[in-house]
Design a protein around this ligand. Structure first.
Ligand SMILES: Cc1ncc(COP(=O)(O)O)c(C=O)c1O
Length: 432
C-alpha cells in the first residue's frame, strides 16, 4: 500500500514538472526561414528525385567557423576533431578536413573514411577496439589512439611489440561510474594505477587524457568533470603527467536551437503513455533551452584555467559532432498516398533516419509544394511495416496532396549515419 502511495506521489511530482512550450512565433520564424528557400529545395527534388538528403556545405562551414572562434577566443592551443559518427557522409568529413579540422573516429571503418578524406590529424577513441583496428591505426602515423581500458593498453603494447613500434597514446576517463556509462574509459580513481601500468610498458607512452559527456544543454557537466580531474591530477606526482601533451574534452554540445520535443517525451507525456496511451498524439511542441556555444567556450575555458593549467601544460582537443552537422543536412520526401485529410504516407520511412525519432523529438514537417505557415493536424507516416514509422503529427502548409514535397529540416546529426536499407532503398545525398 505504501509503495502505491509513493508511486502516486512520484507521478504527481512528475505531472507538476511542466515542460516549457516551444514558442509559436519562434517556430513560425523557423518554418518561414525554410519557406524562403522553397524554390531551391524543390529544384533539388526536381533534379535528383525523392527521397533525398540535402547537404548544405555552407551551413556546415559556418558552424565550424563559429565553434573555432568561440573557443579560440579563450584558448590559444586548441584543436577541433569532428566526430565522424554524428554524420559519416564523406562530403561532410572532407569539407571539415579541407576547412582545417581533424577527425575523431571510433572504428576501422571510420578510420578508413578519414584517411580517404586526406585527413592528417585523427584521433581514434571508443571501447572494444579490435586487434586489426589497433594495427590499422598504428600503420598510420597521423592517428592518435585513445585507450579505453587496462586490457586495451595491454593489447596495444603487444601489437606495438610485434611491430617494434613506440607510440604515444591517450586514455579515456569515465565521467559517470554508474550503470551503463561505465562501459566508457577507466574510472578517475584508477588513473594513477593506469599511469603506473603504462610506465612498465616498453612500447606505449601516455601522452593525453580524454573525457566525453553527452547531450549537454549547458556546460555544467563538462565543467564539473574538469574540476574533478584537476583535483585528481593535483594529488599525483608531477613525473606521472609531465608527458601529457593534450586533454581532449570530447563533444556533446547541444545546438543552441534547443531540444524540441513531442508531448510523449515530456515527463507528463511519458507517464500518460505508460498508464493509458493516447490514440490521438498531441500536437503541442515543447522546448528545452540550450546555451550558445560561446557560453560553453567561456565556462569550459575558465574551468581549464582554474583546475588544469596550474598542474598540467597541455593542448586542448574537442570532438564536436552534433553541434557542427545538425543544420547541414535536410530531408526531402514526397507524399505518395492520402488516406484521409489527416493521414498521408510518404515515399521514405524512418529507415532513412535509423530510428523512431519523431515519436519523441519534434521537427516541423514543411509542405514545400503548398507553402503556408498554417499548421494542420495530420499523421505524416512512412510506408514501413510498423505504426512507429512517424515523421510527425502535423504539417505546415495550405493542404497536403499526393505528389507534394515535404521538408524535414536540420536532420544532419545521428540520422544519415544511422540509416538502414530496410524495405525501402537508401536515399541519395545531394549538395544544396
Ligand atoms: C567519445 C565521443 N566524442 C564525441 C562524440 C560526439 O558527440 P556529439 O555529437 O554529441 O558532439 C561522441 C558521441 O557519442 C563520443 O562518444
Amino acid at each position: 500500500m505504501s509503495d502505491n502511495n509513493d508511486n502516486i506521489k512520484k507521478a504527481a511530482e512528475l505531472l507538476s514538472q511542466a515542460t516549457p512550450l516551444l514558442e509559436k512565433q519562434h517556430l513560425l520564424d523557423y518554418v518561414g526561414s525554410f519557406l524562403m528557400r522553397a524554390d531551391a529545395l524543390l529544384n533539388a527534388c526536381r533534379q535528383h528525385g525523392s527521397p533525398l538528403y540535402l547537404f548544405d556545405q555552407q551551413a556546415l562551414l559556418d558552424r565550424a567557423q563559429q565553434f573555432c572562434n568561440a573557443f579560440k577566443k579563450f584558448l590559444s592551443d586548441f584543436y577541433v576533431f569532428y566526430a565522424v559518427k554524428s554524420n559519416n557522409h564523406p562530403l561532410v568529413a572532407k569539407s571539415l578536413v579541407d576547412f582545417g579540422l581533424g577527425l575523431d573516429v571510433s572504428s576501422g571503418l571510420e578510420l578508413e573514411l578519414a584517411l580517404n578524406c586526406g585527413c592528417r590529424n585523427i584521433i581514434f577513441s571508443g571501447p572494444g577496439k579490435t586487434e586489426p583496428e589497433l594495427r590499422f591505426a598504428l600503420e598510420n602515423s597521423v592517428v592518435t589512439i585513445l585507450m579505453d581500458s587496462f586490457t586495451e593498453l595491454e593489447r596495444l603494447e603487444q601489437v606495438c611489440r610485434s611491430l617494434n613500434y613506440q607510440v604515444g597514446a591517450g586514455v579515456r576517463l569515465t565521467t559517470d561510474e554508474q550503470e551503463l556509462w561505465r562501459k566508457f574509459g577507466i574510472p578517475l580513481s584508477d588513473l594513477e594505477h593506469f599511469m603506473n601500468h603504462v610506465n612498465r610498458c616498453r612500447h606505449v607512452n601516455l601522452t593525453g587524457l580524454q573525457f566525453h559527456t553527452s547531450w549537454n544543454r549547458e556546460p555544467g557537466p563538462q565543467v564539473a568533470f574538469i574540476k574533478r580531474l584537476g583535483q585528481t591530477l593535483k594529488k599525483l606526482p608531477q613525473k606521472y603527467f609531465s608527458a601529457i601533451t593534450f586533454l581532449d574534452i570530447g563533444g556533446g554540445y547541444w545546438p543552441s536551437r534547443g531540444e524540441w520535443l513531442q508531448y510523449s517525451a515530456t515527463p507528463a507525456g511519458r507517464l500518460r503513455q505508460t498508464i493509458a496511451p493516447d490514440p490521438h498524439p498531441s500536437t503541442a511542441h515543447y522546448k528545452l533551452d540550450a546555451q550558445p556555444i560561446e557560453t560553453f567556450a567561456r565556462q569550459i575555458s575558465e574551468a581549464l584555467k582554474a583546475h588544469i593549467f596550474p598542474v598540467a601544460t597541455c593542448s586542448i582537443y574537442a570532438e564536436p559532432g552534433r553541434w557542427l552537422c545538425d543544420d547541414a543536412m535536410h530531408i526531402l520526401l514526397t507524399v505518395v498516398d492520402k488516406k484521409a485529410d489527416d493521414l498521408v504516407i510518404t515515399d521514405a520511412g524512418t529507415n532513412i533516419i535509423g530510428w523512431e525519432r519523431f515519436e519523441t523529438d519534434f521537427a516541423p514537417v514543411i509542405n514545400l509544394s503548398r507553402p503556408s505557415e498554417i499548421e494542420h493536424e495530420c499523421l505524416v507516416l512512412g510506408s514501413l511495416c510498423t505504426p512507429h514509422d512517424v515523421w510527425g503529427y502535423s504539417y505546415f502548409g495550405d493542404r497536403i496532396e499526393p505528389g507534394d514535397v515535404l521538408l524535414i529540416p536540420a536532420q544532419g546529426a545521428y540520422t544519415y549515419s544511422l540509416r538502414q536499407e530496410f524495405i525501402k532503398p537508401l536515399a541519395n545525398v545531394v549538395p544544396l
